[in-house]
Design a protein around this ligand. Structure first.
Ligand SMILES: C[S@@+](CC[C@H](N)C(=O)[O-])C[C@H]1O[C@@H](n2cnc3c(N)ncnc32)[C@H](O)[C@@H]1O
Length: 271
């Protein structure tokens, strides 16, 4: 009989690969199992830069949260599809850059939620709820969301590497409309989304691995489709760009071919 570690909730299924744990493996975390590692390695065989890409995604997240807290004065964050906590989680970055910041994490994966609860136990200004991005009204109305986030004040909404799990342009537009309508002007939207434009054929193969091995429906959108997600927001400089190009800490951090990072990122201000 396999004894699961304490952070696996009773009945949690570790025999099938799961996106939160596959991502944790790529980041070098220890909250993953054989099935996750096998699926993660299959994708690394197709795209050897995966680990560098996910690290770049986390680095962008840090830069974006520091921008929101320091330059935009945001003190409340809603991070949907937050994942298994990685190094430099959003609440630490936000609370260092903007003391008193409050953070609501949301994930639909029970293991990501259980582990997040453990590390947030002693932080009254941060919490996690288990909910699905496809039901945004439930996320907004959740008592824990309502406790920590005052929707009459600007909010930083983080949708990092999660919107590609919502196939269908009408479906994703509906989700974005509900979330956008809850945000007052001066709020911000941060998105990282895999883009198929750079390598369309590989994007199709990678999507089929996700769909068959990880049981996640993945859609790699075009630049125009990703741009549409910012309807109702004005992109701040430098606009919608490849991950390393968004306000790099140093010009040397931008590689010659930034589109090899797959993800387009942007930060928009609610108009
Ligand atoms: C690739 S990870 C990204 C984690 C983190 N946002 C980051 O960028 O480092 C995607 C996360 O989204 C979660 N997720 C996928 N579909 C979701 C949905 N429909 N609702 C809520 N969370 C979802 C997964 O469980 C996983 O933890």
């Amino acid at each position: 009989m396999t004894v699961e570690p304490g952070w696996v909730p009773p009945g949690g299924d570790t025999s099938k690969a799961n996106i939160a744990r596959v991502y944790d493996y790529w980041l070098g975390g220890s909250h993953n199992f054989q099935a996750d590692q096998d699926a993660a390695r299959t994708l690394i065989a197709m795209e050897p830069n995966v680990r560098e890409i996910v690290r770049a995604n986390r680095a962008f997240l840090g830069r974006a949260v520091r921008f929101l807290a320091r330059e935009a004065g945001i003190r409340q964050f809603l991070d949907i599809g937050s994942g298994i906590p990685a190094s430099q989680p959003v609440h630490e970055t936000a609370q260092q850059a903007g003391p008193g910041s409050r953070v609501v994490y949301v994930d639909n994966d029970e293991i990501a939620v259980a582990h997040s609860r453990l590390i947030l136990d002693d932080n009254p200004d941060a919490t996690i709820i288990q909910a699905d991005l496809r039901e945004p009204a439930k996320i907004l109305a959740d008592p824990e969301t309502q406790l920590l986030i005052d929707f009459t004040q600007p909010v930083g909404l983080l949708l990092m590497a999660v919107l590609h799990f919502i196939p269908g342009e009408d479906a994703v537009a509906e989700v974005m409309t509900t979330l956008r309508d809850a945000l007052v002007p001066g709020s911000y939207l941060v998105i990282c989304h895999t883009c198929r434009d750079a390598k369309p054929e590989m994007a199709d193969s990678a999507a089929s691995v996700y769909n068959s091995r990880i049981a996640a429906q993945v859609v790699m959108r075009t630049r125009d489709e990703i741009g549409n997600l910012f309807e109702g927001f004005t992109l701040v400089d430098p606009g919608l760009v490849w991950i390393p190009e968004w306000r790099p800490d140093s010009p040397g951090d931008v590689p010659e071919d930034p589109q090899q990072y797959w993800g387009l990122v942007g930060v928009g201000r609610r108009t």
